[in-house]
Design a protein around this ligand. Sequence first.
Ligand code: DGY
Length: 320
Amino acid sequence: MSKPFVYITRKISNDVVKDLEEYFTVEMWQEEEEVVPRDVLLNKAKQADAILSMLTDSIDEELLSQSNNLKVVANMAVGYDNIDVESAKRHQVTVTNTPDVLTDTTADLTFTLLMATARRLPEAVDYIKDDLWKSWSPYMLAGSDIHHKTLGIVGLGSIGQAVAKRATGFDMNVIYYNRSRKEEVESQLGIQYTSFDELLEQSDFVVCMTPLTTETEGLFNEETFNKMKNTAIFINSSRGGVVNEDDLYHALKQGDIKAAGLDVFQNEPIRADHPLLSLNEVVALPHIGSSSVETRTEMMKLAARNIKKVLNGEEPVTPV
Ligand code: DGY
């Protein structure tokens, strides 16, 4: 009997591939930076028992309905808005993601982005490189304080909680909004639950940590930016679709809010001529929340473990 076929949609660690090759026939799209073309993906999916996918691959009804052997899609991300989970259910395809292994790394980056935005780090780095530094001066590149300020976290999943934990070390007052209240976490971390509107009104930093769903799409828009303080700093390291970028641009331009730190965008990769990138008040990163060598390797390993489990007829480690 031939071995099950696993298709990996991006070049990943050789060790992880070798491990899978002990049990399966494995093929991989060999590019590190280039998304697998749609026709190649559809073609491979038709033959595959398992796909190890990236958040850049659309695993939709078209693909799932043609993939008769497919048993598992193991997404190398905690988010899975690139996958039509309902359709996967209908086609009896298990979907898995990679939670937990990336929690601390993503929280580190979120807090780094918050600090870089508040203290205007990219501007300061350019200032020196562009040889603009004339002398020390009282308000040169003066940013906003972080310590003792109010941090509002929208979406208190495990990454939101890890951000809260970091913030308490900076003596911040942490409030959160989540679909369901988490009283145990509140007392553990010393944080308070508020309504969404209260959070917008009270926070000096609004940190978006919600997944992208039909409920959260465009959640941050003209109306919500208007409710924030005009000194507020908005941070997003979850998904770009949660933000209306035109509204964010106007809110920054008009001074409705002060600055934004963004690791994710509606359309990725965002191009350099995007209006948001013309603003000094925007610190932008190319979706690197979980990008440490250690964590990305753990994410690959976890996705591979999920594939092995499902193709062995066992329960996956981290089903969605
Ligand atoms: C995820 O896992 O969903 C992240 O966005 C990728 O780093």
